[in-house]
Design a protein around this ligand. Structure first.
Ligand code: NAG
Ligand code: NAG
Ligand code: NAG
Length: 291
């Protein structure tokens, strides 16, 4: 028994050493205030640091010059709950960076150089609660399905970007949305904006500073007006624009109504005709009876 343990001792020592150091290995330039947090903010990094412990839960990378995150990043760091990449040089998000299995709850991509949020950019990360995308000065395109599948998302920040319009589906697809920030964008209040305007009026309690905080520029002269000064009437001329489907529905219902009317009058006419013949017949019978 004893010699056996002795032989195992070096192995045991090695295993316990490996277990101990696993939590302690911290990227050279970063701080690790606790076992699950790696803080590399403001270190002048131009790429993701090596040797980030695989079991990291909070990763702080703000105020660096990081230009991209690899698409398998969250597959590798699957325990990650909190990822702060604020104020970096990210210009795009690889599709599939966030997957259904991701545990990520908080993601900050604010103050970067993003230009577009494509369809399904965040996979179907059902844990994500807060997503910050504000202060990306070139961000002018958000796909209608950009946030699809983010069923837990409560807070979405899109303020101070370059958005002139946004398809209302991008917001209305989010069942848990409580707070959305949209102010400080160069919104154009044309017909594209009309649907968003309706949604904003119905959901103004979700805007932290209310609908008053948003402005849009008039398509005619570019004059900026607060949304609170507009009404559904301002977009009245947009409602008369009919799509092809609308036309088809109108034409089809017109034809249906005409056919129904013709059939009804035919039916009425034959009823009257029958009734006349019947009353003539009974009259004849009456005359016969009288004779
Ligand atoms: C952004 O990060 C840079 C360093 O990378 C820093 O100098 C700058 O102050 C930061 N900006 C903000 C708004 O925090
Ligand atoms: C940000 O993007 C713009 C245009 O897409 C580019 O001109 C600029 O150099 C980029 N800035 C950084 C810091 O990557
Ligand atoms: C509304 O304005 C935006 C931005 O200028 C433009 O992309 C869009 O095509 C316009 N929509 C209509 C219906 O004019």
């Amino acid at each position: 028994m004893l010699p056996c343990v002795c032989r195992l001792q070096p192995l045991l020592a090695f295993v316990s050493f490996a277990l101990l150091t696993q939590g302690e290995n911290c990227p050279a330039t970063c701080l690790c205030p606790d076992h699950h947090t790696v803080d590399c903010s403001g270190r002048g990094l131009t790429r993701l640091p090596d040797e980030i412990p695989l079991d990291v839960r909070r990763l702080l990378l703000s105020d660096n010059w990081i230009p991209q995150i690899p698409s398998d990043f969250l597959v590798l760091y699957s325990d990650l709950v909190y990822l702060d990449l604020r104020n970096n040089s990210l210009s795009h998000i690889e599709p599939g960076t966030l997957s259904t299995s991701s545990r990520l709850v908080f993601l900050d991509l604010g103050s970067n150089n993003l230009t577009e949020i494509p369809k399904g950019a965040f996979g179907e990360s059902r844990s994500l609660i807060k997503l910050r995308l504000g202060n990306n000065p070139y961000l002018s395109m958000v796909n209608e399905d950009a946030f699809r599948g983010l069923t837990s998302l409560r807070e979405l920040e899109l303020e101070r970007n370059a958005l002139s319009g946004l398809q209302v589906g991008a917001l209305s697809q989010l069942p848990s949305l409580r707070v959305v920030r949209l102010e400080g964008n160069p919104w154009v209040c044309n017909c594209t904006f009309a649907n968003l305007f309706t949604w904003l009026n119905e959901n103004s309690h979700k805007l932290p500073n209310g609908i008053e905080s948003m402005e849009c520029s008039l398509p005619m002269d570019g004059r900026r007006v607060p949304l609170s000064q507009l009404s559904q009437d301002s977009f009245r001329e947009c409602q008369v624009t009919l799509t092809l489907t609308d036309f088809l529905i109108i034409i089809f219902s017109g034809i249906s109504v005409s056919v129904a009317a013709i059939m009804a009058s035919f039916f009425l006419a034959s009823t009257v005709h029958c009734f006349q013949r019947w009353s003539k017949g009974t009259k004849g019978e009456d005359e016969e009876n009288e004779e």
